[in-house]
Design a protein around this ligand. Structure first.
Ligand SMILES: [Zn+2]
Length: 496
């Protein structure tokens, strides 16, 4: 489920960028090397390659079922054609720049974290994330000389223009405090005897690259950086390069990665969007507690429709915070928010309009136009600022007000005033047209189905990657060709 939180967050962002008219390259993949995978494969009597080849297609299938609109190729760090050449070329650049140095080293290695830890990182001698004492390891390693970049990193992470911005702000403070405490050089390789499963160090075959040196490079290996199939304009030219990651790996992305890029003469990213962890009913998900929620179970609960889960994660978890998954809560959200507030309003409006047997008559009222403009303005601010939960809140709060407004307008009580009834119903259809557009990054299929039932002219184009929410679409009453609504259908079925 942690994976799902991350991929949905990234997907909402990617969809939003596309909807506002940006060209987007949305890349995801799997990090497949390291001691953890090597040991896991051993336990299962498989080679590491067999293990990852078995698991990765399951991840890809899940992302497809969740409606994650990533761009091909899906990056696998075991890909010797696409990934390895970039990593090895980058290594040589770090070496040529004098940023790698071979040292004999004794340290405490946490396998779970895949990194050497200092005494300062430990709680009662154990890794606080993995509740295990790290192994003492003494070996010869290549080191990446990160410490000397401390001053530059601090500047990069704090400078307003051209800097590398961490979202949300609270996570930025955590990272800066790591710099304040003093950065250490990073072990960037391990002897083959302790780590076979990884990319060999160029020119030093007895050493395997540190998994993070290899994994971080995926962002540019996916673009074929330093090879003959370079598509580097996606990295070099865009207005924004954004990474979406979990809080446990923030230090690698915020500190090591930009220093690697700088050394290699490559532009640094612009934004690091950090998400928290997901608990279940307030407890950490773990095999021993037996409270692991499988995303497939959640999808199955809603008939394979990913929107309730996508909506839940976006609605319940402020970006950057830890969040909780609870079966009870997702059912409540589904019933009360999606089914009752949104689905019923749409259904009531459409059924009554059908009964009128008349076309739409959307009045050009200044107050409606003003209200819609203001909503779009706030929505765009939240979305652009990555406060996605605030945008969802805005949408659903507006839907709640619409329900109240519809009940007080009570068109069904005006038995002798068809003009009034049609007017009110048309107005609410227009409101719902805006709601569907706003929901599009979060619950794309729902947004499409609402628009299709409303019969808005662009409905069939909404799920295409080229679809852009135009200025005109955001204006009240702008759809002049929209004359009639479609067939009402139940948007969200009651749960069994
Ligand atoms: Zn650990």
């Amino acid at each position: 489920m942690g994976q799902v939180l991350e991929k949905v967050l990234a997907d909402v962002v990617a969809r939003w960028f596309r909807l506002r008219g940006d060209s987007v390259r949305f890349q995801i993949g799997t990090d497949e090397h390291g001691v953890k995978i090597q040991r896991k494969a051993q336990q299962e009597g498989l080679t590491p390659q067999q293990l990852v080849d078995r698991n990765v297609p399951n991840f890809i299938a899940l992302y497809d079922r969740l409606g994650i609109t990533y761009d091909a190729p899906f990056i696998r760090t075991t890909d010797k054609v696409r990934h390895w050449p970039t990593v090895q070329a980058l290594w040589k650049k770090l070496e040529d720049a004098g940023m790698l140095e071979k040292r004999t080293y004794t340290g405490l290695y946490c396998q779970g974290c895949e990194r050497f830890m200092t005494k300062r990182d430990l709680v009662d001698g154990k890794c606080p994330d993995h509740h295990a004492a790290p192994e003492e390891v003494s070996e010869e390693n290549w080191f990446f000389l990160l410490e000397k970049e401390s001053g530059w990193l601090k500047k990069l992470l704090t400078q307003e223009k051209g800097g590398y911005h961490i979202v949300p702000q609270s996570r930025a403070h955590e990272t800066l405090s790591l710099i304040e405490q003093g950065l250490e050089d990073v072990s960037f390789s391990r002897p083959k005897s302790s780590l076979q499963w990884g990319i060999p160090v160029p020119g030093d075959e007895g050493q395997t690259m540190y998994v993070w040196c290899d994994a971080l490079t995926n962002y540019i290996s996916g673009l074929g950086y330093f090879t003959d199939h370079e598509e580097k304009e996606w990295w070099d030219k865009p207005a924004e390069v954004t990474h979406v990651i979990g809080k446990d790996i923030a230090r690698f992305h915020a500190l090591i990665w930009p220093a690697m890029l700088k050394t290699a003469g490559v532009r640094t990213p612009d934004r690091l969007l950090i998400h928290g962890f997901l608990t279940c009913d307030g407890q950490k998900m773990s095999k021993s507690i037996g409270n692991i929620v499988e995303p497939e179970e959640v999808l199955a609960k809603f008939g394979g429709n990913p929107d309730p889960l996508r909506f839940y994660l976006s609605h319940e978890i402020p970006v950057g915070n830890d969040g909780d998954f609870s079966w009870k809560r997702i059912e409540e959200i589904y019933d009360a928010v999606l089914r009752n507030n949104l689905g019923n309003l749409l259904n009531r409006v459409l059924v009554m309009l059908k009964k009128e047997g008349s076309g739409l008559r959307i009045d050009a009222k200044a107050s409606d136009a003003e209200q819609v403009m203001q909503k779009w303005e706030s929505y765009r601010e939240h979305m652009d600022g990555f406060a996605l939960h605030e945008a969802v809140k805005l949408i659903m709060e507006w839907v709640r007000l619409m329900n109240a407004g519809f009940n007080s307008a009570a068109p069904w009580t005006f038995k002798d005033d068809a003009a009034y009834r049609i007017n009110v119903l048309s107005g609410f259809s227009e409101y719902l047209r805006h709601i569907a557009l706003m929901l599009l990054p979060f619950a794309p299929d729902t947004a499409y189905r609402i628009s299709k039932q409303l019969n808005v002219p662009y409905a069939e184009k909404m799920l295409a990657r080229e679809f852009v929410i135009t200025k005109e679409m955001k204006q009240w009453g702008s759809q002049k060709d929209w004359k009639k609504v479609g067939e009402p259908e139940i948007l969200f079925k009651p749960l069994d």
